[in-house]
Design a protein around this ligand. Sequence first.
Ligand code: G16
Length: 544
Amino acid sequence: MTTITIATAPFDDQKPGTSGLRKKVSEFSRSHYLENFIQSIFDALEGRQGETLVVGGDGRFYNRRAIQTIVKMASANGFGRIIVGRDGILSTPATSCIIRKHGALGGIILSASHNPGGPEGDFGVKYNIANGGPAPEQLTDQIYARSRTIEAYSILDANDIDLAMTGRTMLGGTEVEVIDPVADYAELMETLFDFPRLAVLLGEEKFRVCFDAMHAVNGPYAHHILEDRLGAPKGTVINGEPLPDFGGAHPDPNLTHAKELVAIMNADDAPDFGAASDGDGDRNMILGRRFFATPSDSLAVLAANAHLAPGYVAGIAGVARSMPTSQAVDRVADDMGIPRFETPTGWKFFGNLLDSEKISICGEESFGTGSGHVREKDGLWAVLLWLNIMAERGKSLEEIMRRHWRKYGRNYYSRHDYEGIDLAAAQSLMNHLRGGLDDIAGRTFGNERIVRADDFQYTDPIDNSVSTAQGIRIMFEGGSRIVFRLSGTGTEGATLRVYFEQYEPDPARHNQDTQQVLSDLITFAGEIANIKERTGREAPTVIT
Ligand code: G16
């Protein structure tokens, strides 16, 4: 086997977004496109010689092909050991767990998360660092800079490795180990949760669960943990086989895309608990019987009750949420007297806070929650923590949520997405808002005064790095907020996200329709940003 060096020329569009580089499969599969980006990652990594690299993905179309290329390139670039998930499968949280457990330099995760898959769908590459978390901005900037100047990449001239069998082989001077994708992760979950207690709950005939893996990566993890280990009846996990095109569906666990689960949970004989996760297994949606827990509320409940699970029995050090996430978890932190942090959108911003143990639990409105057990958000972890809490409380999900609201008040919350709009129009909408910030502050809307309008900026309390232009915030006296930002994960045009939040302390008013409660804020946002005129859209594409 020999290493060959292949001449190439830079592509000018390899700037990683909120979570890695995401493009259409047709773009990623162009000659040298994947290779350029992988070599740019390797070139940005100091001291990779002899180190361990973890490689896996969510099973989407192009996953296996890309893995073969990456393994040969990693070997040619001097990695001493490569750990690959069997069949090329590794969820994002499992990759984070494996990087940490095996002391790897980092890992490459092939996923475009919740974006559709298949030959016409999306593909993506993320690099995670030695702490198991997403590469911080300094590193993604270096990778991007390298991609602008790259002239050649190195690859081993070798046969493909057998991804179907676990075991070790040598590839050039590199040991390649194909591992069971689930084992390390399941072992970690067992240290955090009361598995015997959960086995009793899930074994009870009167308590039923439905987990929708959406034909994505969490299928094997959920089958193993929920059904094989905890004894939930077969059939508890639906759509449990990862498919290259996710069965033609959109593996996004929200009320719009997880239609099958939503119908099951709204039926007369609905199970007690429902959940779905996304393409790469890091997101979660939590449902009770005919009841939806918003991700922001779910985060707040998990923070308030985490001590009921063995892994968090000593309490939590602090919490963090991304800026657009509702302030529900802030109220929990204030009540517990622990620190809380507000970060930009993107899991990478939690890394330093978790590493320095300033926080134990964090989450985002975009269906992501997690803790210090790994450095990624973790869909199945959230499910197990909820189940552990329900087992201890002996209450339904809705009862737990309503009790929470009675204690802390309810943050009515919704996100409106305008997907696939014209990029220039989206940017001009944001610039228009930015330009008018001084005029917005101090205005009165209904009975509420706008106390502040700004473009969110974050200074990391650990490394003092500064991230600017992270979203427009309009904040009202009573705690209501409107936030505007452009998504950093789409692959077509731009996606405008508008987030609405209104706080309601009075329990007598906790039963209202969310969109109704927020309707005035929604109208105001439409007017202030000229959404219809600027996007050409009458209504949002997705409301969560
Ligand atoms: C990624 C990031 C999250 C972020 C989400 C939405 O999630 O990891 O931190 O909240 O995208 O980002 P945006 O609003 O910019 O589209 P995932 O699950 O897609 O990897």
